[in-house]
Design a protein around this ligand. Structure first.
Ligand code: FE2
Length: 368
């Protein structure tokens, strides 16, 4: 996928992401869907409506295009998922099947993820892109790793720490292989007895790495403590505050965010905004405040250009983000294109919240 500025869009290019179109004069919204092939009429309309550019299918790129690479390439994502699955299976098969090459490959993948994210430090994570695979555990592990590395980058960790953090997060749930599959995939809430069994997975995972000398101490400690909570109410040891190693504190935020926004058999996923609200609400209780602050700088439920519905009934476009409060960006209502509303800093707008992302699909604007 490549971002192409408006003046470089050409007929025949195919959109790789939906583009919202807002007509301030008629108050109509339309959307060009991903997959749409651009015609000159569409490009003219995009220009008229001051759209900055569009994400175009990468096969369509030309010399004129300024590429904005996606932080994680699909091939790397696939490689990571396959590797996680292999290592998890090693856990299941026992000591004689330990393949050190496979573990080394996990570290190599972690390094690639760190380097990819470091090269795109300013890019906020598009969470939807992390959910391409059906298998929850492997997909979840990958999502947690990317988010953990992003948080670590935001906290200015050293490269060697980031590599270990990525590795730790890729395999943080490996101990779940010791939990019966009927419990792991139960399409309903767990009983107390079942939950007690699930709660053993951090220790089982850390034991696996320690017994076979497959990872260093901080990785083992991260695996062991990823369900501890900052206020001491987590498991397995009820550690609190700085007693919880940094990797455990980071992975717990990434883990909860990814779990909340994932489809599970027994509940609908939370929206990114709801999950961020939850994490912010638990900052200082379940989660370390400094980790939550680093997390907030890296996630974006309302990317620039999103169309949102405000609680005062207005429809607006997101024009700027607030690093410390991703739920309260700067928006421009399309009833008044001259006006901007900073929902975070400007007092007069602080009672206005974003109610929803607009998903209007009508094509009338383009047809007219
Ligand atoms: Fe876990």
């Amino acid at each position: 996928m490549t971002f192409v500025p408006i003046d470089q869009l050409a007929e025949g290019m195919m959109l790789d992401r939906d583009v919202y179109l807002y007509d301030c004069s008629t108050c109509k919204i339309a959307m060009l869907r991903s997959g749409q092939v651009l015609t000159q009429a569409y490009i003219n309309k995009l220009g008229e409506l001051q759209v900055l550019g569009a994400y175009i299918h990468s096969d369509e790129k030309s010399e004129l295009i300024t590429p904005v690479p996606s932080p994680i390439k699909p091939e790397l994502e696939q490689e990571a998922i396959t590797n996680i699955q292999r290592v998890f299976e090693m856990f299941d098969k026992g000591a004689q099947h330990i393949n050190i090459h496979c573990i080394n490959q996990t570290m190599a993948i972690s390094k690639k993820l760190v380097n990819a994210l470091k090269m795109n430090q300013d890019m906020k994570l598009s969470i939807d892109n992390l959910k391409m695979y059906d298998d929850y555990t492997y997909n979840h592990s990958f999502g947690v790793s990317v988010l953990s590395i992003a948080i670590g980058l935001s906290m200015n960790l050293k490269m060697t720490e980031l590599y270990d953090l990525g590795f730790c997060a890729l395999l943080h749930d490996i101990g779940k292989m010791a939990v019966p599959i009927e419990i792991i995939s139960k399409p309903a809430r767990l009983t107390d007895e079942e939950f007690e069994i699930v709660k053993q997975h951090p220790e089982k995972g850390a034991e696996f790495f320690m017994q076979h000398s497959l990872a260093n101490n901080r990785i083992c400690a991260g695996v062991l403590t990823h369900h501890e909570k900052f206020n001491g109410t987590g498991y397995p040891s009820g550690l609190s505050g700085d007693q919880i190693p940094l990797f455990g504190r980071i992975i717990s935020v990434a883990d909860v965010y990814d779990a909340l926004t994932s489809v599970r058999p027994y509940r609908n996923p939370s929206t990114p905004a709801e999950a961020i609200e939850y994490i912010m609400g638990a900052s200082g209780s379940a989660f370390d405040v400094s980790v939550v602050e680093a997390f907030l700088k890296k996630v974006s439920p309302y990317p620039i250009g999103s169309c949102v519905k405000l609680s005062n009934g207005e429809i607006a476009i997101v024009v700027e983000q607030n690093d410390f409060h991703p739920l309260r960006p700067v928006v421009r209502p399309f009833s008044d294109p001259e006006k901007t509303m900073d929902l975070y800093r400007e007092r007069e707008y602080q009672n206005i919240v974003i109610d929803d992302v607009c998903n209007v699909t009508a094509g009338e604007l383009l047809a007219n």
